[in-house]
Design a protein around this ligand. Structure first.
Ligand SMILES: N[C@@H](CCC(=O)N[C@@H](CS)C(=O)NCC(=O)O)C(=O)O
Length: 233
């Protein structure tokens, strides 16, 4: 019997990605909560990134949510969360990579930025990011309702947690997901209805105080340092 442990933090959208996958595939596991304000020294021995999520599968240790999720999907039975064909999987990886490396840095920079003129420019960039995603969905989603079509994939799990936090951006930075992004809005509702998402979700009251230091620019963790400068995390 193999043993799987997830090192996670309740507030973390990257760890939430993995929790969604674990639930979708009904993978039995232990869970260890990491206090991101006071990380244990041993976390840095587990992962060179000193971030969650991390998994330990028997004696195999893996970090980076996108890689972890591919590994879990390939290694465990249950629902398949990657397209069966190489091209489909390649598209899925590109969607996640673009989201992580191009969209999220601008999204979070908006939250850290204190200058209102710069915020206005960043808000415009985030809105064009949403429009870009809407156009991607028009090209690759077919009739949906998920990111890559009729079946949920790791792309849904990767992106949904960040859209869940959009109320934080509305509260602190007056950013909304435009109604004109019809597919994006429908996708958010459709994937959000899945039990895997429902068990990992939180309401705005939970998030607002936890993102206050991001919005005031005073957060000091590793992710904060990256996002403040507009770097990928
Ligand atoms: N690229 C990483 C990002 C993970 C990440 O940034 N996790 C945050 C929590 S949401 C973290 O552990 N940050 C540590 C810190 O800020 O000190 C992934 O996809 O797993």
């Amino acid at each position: 019997m193999t043993r799987l442990t997830l090192y996670t933090a309740e507030v973390c959208p990257y760890a939430q990605r993995t929790r969604i996958v674990l639930h979708e595939k009904a993978i039995a596991h232990d869970q260890i909560e990491i206090d991101l304000e006071n990380k244990p020294a041993w976390l840095a021995e587990l992962t060179p990134t000193n971030r969650v999520p991390v998994i330990r599968h028997d004696d195999f240790i893996l970090w980076e949510s996108a890689t972890i999720n591919e590994y879990l999907d390939a290694s465990f039975p249950g629902i398949a969360l990657q397209p069966l064909d190489e091209r489909g999987r390649a598209v899925m990886r590109n969607e996640i990579r673009h989201f992580d490396n191009i969209f999220l840095p601008v999204f979070y920079k908006l939250l850290f930025e204190q200058n209102e003129d710069v915020q206005t420019d960043l808000r415009r960039q985030v809105l064009s990011g949403f429009e870009f995603m809407e156009r991607r969905l028009e090209l690759i989603q077919s009739d949906g309702p998920y990111w890559l079509g009729a079946e949920p994939t790791l792309a849904d799990a990767a992106m949904w947690p960040f859209f869940e936090r959009i109320g934080v951006f509305e509260h602190y930075r007056r950013l909304v997901l435009p109604a004109t992004c019809v597919r994006l809005n429908q996708w958010f509702v459709a994937f959000g209805a899945r039990p895997s998402v429902q068990t990992t979700t939180h309401d705005l009251e939970y998030f607002l105080p936890r993102y206050a230091q991001y919005a005031s620019g005073t957060a000091t963790g590793l992710s904060a340092q990256a996002f403040r400068t507009g770097a990928a995390n």
